[in-house]
Write a protein that binds this ligand. Structure first.
Ligand code: FMN
Length: 372
């Protein structure tokens, strides 16, 4: 591990260090995808397959990376995606992650399955950044209702409902490990006193057993109406992949769509999220904002997603690597690297502001004859 975070120069270096540091159970849980992990690899690979066309002599001085989302200006269109159980990476877990996001001016989304209470995480950001709460609905409606009210009361500004988990993806390493939470960690948002521990998996993942018994997984569009009746916050649906669902989201008055395949952890062999993006953008037709995540590891990846029409992007695993190598400082360095790379890429492509990024700047390597 490097004591000076500046010595990490790319996210890949951070990943390598984190993988070496994390205990096996946590490393496997964070790094894995479902089944053969094609979707996981494809998310990253597709960004490498996309190539960029750049302009020159544009008198590039400073670039403006700010955009507006849900009426609020953000200095950099990046979010830290919700990831469960962050205390496995660092003792401060979600609190350190949110602090780093707030210090760097990027958005933060907290998982229902956090190992720190949502109120303490929110307090850490002091209203400096867009703060979202990711919702898994429980079968127990009272419990879901309480989560929504607490999220609103503690300052979360949107609800990101995860919709790509009607079944739990088959994560084979977690099954082998009988995944369970290490001693002293529990799902603080729903179990303040730690009385309801995640079961130790017996020939199965304890998380998958928990979800199978507790979560309301038979979700439909009427559940969006239920949430809207419970809480007065914008609703984003997370895990969308198909343009028809974007059209339905517009029809049902959803406020935002998050194009995601859960970091390749749900339906294996689903197409890369950046490949799913253009059709989803077209279906949205500017009527709602689109966030995309999955496989973003470089500033050029962010640039490609924005050029293809996303309003913002999010990263999941990179924040966990940052936490593992240096807590809040590690996450902060990860965000700094992405920010620096993104600004450099904007200058090199000839875009002074985010709205200068256009789909014509991106071509697929399989079609090298740019523009024809
Ligand atoms: C370890 C881990 C835990 C996750 N937990 C959640 C979760 O609790 N809720 C959720 O909606 N998505 C969860 N996700 C998915 C992320 O929000 C995000 O969609 C994904 O990580 C993006 O891909 P990336 O890791 O390649 O950046 C998790 C992802 C990982 C890697």
């Amino acid at each position: 591990m490097k004591s000076n975070m500046k010595n990490y120069v790319s996210l890949w270096e951070m990943q390598d260090a984190a993988v070496g540091l994390l205990p096996g159970l946590a490393k496997d849980y964070y790094q894995s995808g479902s089944e053969d992990e094609y979707a996981l690899r494809e998310n990253e690979r597709m960004y490498r397959e996309l190539r960029l066309r750049y302009r020159v002599l544009q008198k590039m001085g400073d670039v403006d990376t700010s955009t507006t989302l849900f009426g609020r200006e953000i200095s950099f269109p990046l979010y830290v995606a919700p990831a469960a159980f962050q205390c496995m990476a660092h003792s401060e877990g979600e609190i350190a992650n949110a602090r780093a996001a707030a210090d760097r001016g990027v958005g933060f989304c907290l998982s229902t399955l956090a190992t720190q209470p949502m109120e303490e995480v929110a307090a850490e950001t002091q209203g400096r950044i867009p703060l979202w709460f990711q919702l898994y609905m429980y079968k127990d409606q009272g419990r879901t209702r309480e989560l929504l009210q607490r999220a609103k009361n503690s300052g979360y500004q949107a609800i990101a409902l995860t919709v790509d988990a009607p079944a739990w993806g088959k994560r084979e390493v977690d099954i082998h490990n009988g995944f369970h939470l290490p001693h002293g960690m529990w799902i603080r948002n729903v179990d303040p006193d730690g009385t309801e521990t995640l079961p130790e998996g017996d020939g199965s993942s304890g998380l998958s057993d928990y979800i199978g018994t507790r979560f309301h997984t038979v979700l439909g569009w009427d559940d969006i109406d239920w949430i809207r009746n419970e809480v007065d916050l914008p609703i984003i649906i997370k895990g969308v992949h198909h343009p028809e669902d974007v059209r339905l989201a517009v029809e049902h008055g959803v406020d935002g769509v998050w194009v995601s395949n859960h970091g390749g952890r749900q339906l294996d062999t689903s197409t890369a999220t950046v490949a799913a993006l253009p059709d989803c953008v077209e279906a949205a037709d500017g009527k709602l904002p689109i966030v995309v995540d999955g496989g973003i590891r470089r500033g050029t990846d962010i640039l490609k997603a924005l050029a293809l029409g996303a309003n913002a992007v999010a990263v999941g695993r990179p924040a966990l690597w940052g936490l593992a190598v240096g807590g809040a400082q590690g996450v902060s360095r990860m965000l700094e690297i992405l920010g620096d790379e993104f600004r450099t890429a904007m200058k090199l492509i000839g875009a002074k502001k985010v709205s200068d990024l256009k789909p014509e700047m991106v071509v697929h390597s399989g079609w090298p004859f740019a523009g024809r």
